[in-house]
Structure formats: structure tokens, C-alpha cells
Design a protein around this ligand. Structure first.
Ligand SMILES: [Zn+2]
Length: 176
């Protein structure tokens, strides 16, 4: 092997070792929540947009689309948009046409309702910069993103606990 090649390999190896050495401890995987929007009719695309908003905004939870059994079921109907969380991260969202017919922005409705499933209450009245201000942000409001405090609240709710990140199903045999 030519000397220069050996040197190159040695440099690459030490670089790799350095990268491994300074890499931060692996972060816990986000909690994955599935959503099924089969019944969301004309709102399927905005539901995906709302899920992406949350995936881009927080790291402790991740929304993944499915066509089967899901944590979150999303449907369309003619009422007001609403959400019914059953437990944190589980429940049902109605993409109600009544608000859309009045001019409210559908992608904001989707991310707002998903915010309820992620454990956030309505924060009304509030400015457009707040996602959970909902309709009180005004009909022209097109902000689809949670603000810093809304993001922090969701991150805190889905913070991986010591229990969640421990090693499970191992037997700790304390034989004498
Ligand atoms: Zn709401």
C-alpha cells in the first residue's frame, strides 16, 4: 500500500474516532403517535400539513400517518372544528366545515385541533401568534405554528421519562 494512502486511511480513522468521541449521548426516540385521516374528506392534505407543523416544531413526539388503527382519528363534518382527547396523544378530531365556511384557515384549524390531542387547552382570547388562541386569532389569521410557550408545553408533556427510557424486560437476578 502506498504511503500516502495509508496516511489517508489513518487520518480518516482518527477523524471517525473523534466524531464518535464527541457525539452527544443518543437522544431518546420521540413518542410516535399515528393518525388516520381516512374520514377527513377534502381536509386530508391540510391534516397532513397540521401534522408536519408539529413534527417540525417539537422533538419529543412525532405524528405518523396510517390507514389502520391509530392513536388519532380525524374526520370531516359540517359542525365546528373540535377535538376530543381521550388520553394524552389519543383521541378524535373533527375538521368542521362551519369554520371553514366562515373563512377560517383550514391548515390552522388542523394544527390547532392536533394541539388539543397533544395536551394543549384553548388559550382564548389570544393573538394570531398563538396557535391555541383558535378563532380568537381572527378570521384572517394564517399562523399555523405553535408559539414558544405552546411548543414547550408539548415537549414537557412528552418528555421521555426515566421509566420510558430504561431497560425493560430484563431480569435483574440478584443471586447471592
Ligand atoms: Zn380549540
Amino acid at each position: 500500500m502506498p504511503v500516502f494512502l495509508r496516511k489517508t486511511i489513518a487520518v480518516l480513522a482518527s477523524t471517525a474516532a473523534l466524531v464518535v468521541g464527541i457525539a452527544p449521548a443518543a437522544e431518546a426516540a420521540p413518542r410516535v403517535l399515528t393518525y388516520n385521516s381516512n374520514g377527513a374528506a377534502e381536509f386530508k392534505a391540510v391534516v397532513d400539513e397540521g401534522a408536519k407543523v408539529w413534527n417540525d416544531s417539537v422533538k419529543n413526539v412525532k405524528l405518523v400517518k396510517t390507514t389502520g388503527a391509530a392513536n388519532i382519528t380525524i374526520v370531516a363534518d359540517n359542525g365546528w372544528p373540535r377535538a376530543q382527547p381521550t388520553t394524552l396523544g389519543n383521541g378524535r378530531v373533527w375538521m368542521g366545515r362551519q369554520a371553514v365556511d366562515q373563512g377560517y384557515y383550514p391548515p390552522r384549524i388542523a394544527s390547532h385541533e392536533l394541539g388539543h390531542i397533544l395536551g394543549l387547552p384553548d388559550i382564548k382570547p389570544g393573538p394570531c401568534s398563538s396557535l391555541m388562541s383558535g378563532s380568537t386569532g381572527g378570521i384572517p389569521c394564517k399562523n399555523i405554528y405553535p408559539n414558544a410557550s405552546e411548543k414547550a408545553r408539548v415537549e414537557a408533556k412528552f418528555r421521555p421519562s426515566v421509566m420510558a427510557t430504561g431497560e425493560w424486560n430484563n431480569q435483574f437476578v440478584d443471586a447471592g
